[in-house]
Design a protein around this ligand. Structure first.
Ligand code: GTP
Ligand code: MG
Length: 344
């Protein structure tokens, strides 16, 4: 199957924030997985990627996201580590993003890597929303599994509501100290000028419908032009990890952010000893809603279009480098593409 050139590209959504504030758990809730529970000390150590189809988004969001209102194929979520030693990975994740979610624990508030995340987004000019996570830990909280925020908020005691409000206003104040005019998302008219804060719980799912509605709205409304690119053109991506796979040897996990990759395409990949020119032997795609970082079963496909997380098997990838660019050559000259990869 050849990708139609008028298809919209899937927006890339990076999830950033301080260690333990709940980034992986939030993605687990959205995609119906338990990746965080399998991590040593619940510490994420690599960038992950998960394609969440529009269908899943609208199932999670209920009446807040009606699939017929959108022509985006879904969202590609990029998980990043919050531990301070992984700042390179956070920058890399931030650089890939079309939009971002900054996750802040409502009780713990702003922390060093929260501010680092905001600095990355400032530098790259990436629009973002703030997920004020763990609202279920507010003393006296009465959880409503999967509920939109308004319903569950009204269902709380005055005391619990006041505690939450205090924490939320502190976050809004901290955002303002960092130079962002922010407010609770339902009060935001223009998401390009103001940052929306979405109170939620990655554990109980409360407020996640709201987050998904804001993300889809932002993407559809402000990104449509950016997403209307030629997804059938020669692919461009970033290597996340180099991994040995049984039967394939060294493979690269890639976030493809532009164009497409096909079986038998000639590709150029940044390597420790300079660019590697090789030919795609197999394209291995994680199933929908699967995290590429932990996925064991992949579907072999003939072509993949951006944005996507994809495992590429090809000869000579042993010296490929995490963070390096990867480019499909197609009808361009190999020399020009090598230069392009060297200059990144
Ligand atoms: P790093 O990737 O290491 O930066 O951490 P993270 O931001 O991905 O945090 P993670 O999702 O691993 O969650 C850290 C801990 O917080 C885990 O024990 C989660 O179960 C817990 N947690 C996350 N979200 C919530 C929430 O909404 N409510 C409660 N009660 N606990 C949560
Ligand atoms: Mg994590």
């Amino acid at each position: 199957p050849t990708t139609e050139s008028n298809a919209l590209r899937t927006p890339i959504v990076a999830v950033l924030g301080h260690v333990d504030h709940g980034k992986t758990t939030l993605l687990d809730k959205i995609r119906g997985s338990a990746v965080s529970e399998g991590e040593a000390g619940a510490i994420t150590q690599h960038i992950g990627a998960t394609a969440v189809p529009l269908e899943t988004v609208s199932q999670m969001a209920g009446s807040l996201v009606k699939p017929e209102d959108f022509d985006l194929p879904g969202l590609l979520f990029i998980d990043t580590p919050g531990h301070h030693s992984f700042s390179t990975l956070r920058s890399r994740g931030g650089a890939l993003a079309d939009i971002a979610i900054v996750v802040v624990d409502v009780n713990d508030g702003f922390q060093p890597q929260t501010i680092e995340a905001l600095d990355i987004l400032k530098r790259t000019g990436t629009p973002f929303v703030v997920a004020a996570n763990k609202i279920d830990t507010t003393p006296g909280w009465n959880p409503n599994e999967g509920s939109p925020i308004q319903g569950t908020y009204e269902d709380q005691s005055d005391n619990a509501r006041q505690r939450l409000d205090q924490n939320l206003y502190e976050i809004i104040g901290n955002l303002s100290d960092e130079g962002f005019s922010a407010d609770l998302y339902w009060r935001v008219q223009n998401f390009q000028k103001n940052v929306g804060v979405v109170p939620l719980s990655a554990m109980t799912g409360e407020g996640i419908p709201d987050l998904l509605a804001v993300l889809m709205g932002l993407s559809q409304r402000y990104m449509k032009e950016e997403m209307a690119v030629d997804v059938a053109g020669p692919g461009a991506g970033t290597v996340l990890e180099v991994k040995e796979e049984r039967g394939f040897g060294a493979t690269v996990d890639v976030v493809l952010y532009d164009g497409s990759v096909r079986e038998d395409d000639t590709i150029v990949v940044g390597g420790v000893n300079g660019p590697i020119v090789t030919e795609v032997r197999a394209l291995l795609q994680p199933r929908p809603n699967a995290e590429i970082r932990t996925e064991k079963r992949f579907d072999k496909v003939e072509e993949v279009a951006a944005a996507a997380g994809i495992k590429i098997a090809a000869p000579d990838l042993d010296d490929a480098m995490a963070g390096a660019p990867i480019r499909v050559v197609r009808d361009r000259s190999v020399e020009a593409v090598i230069e392009d990869v060297e200059s990144e």
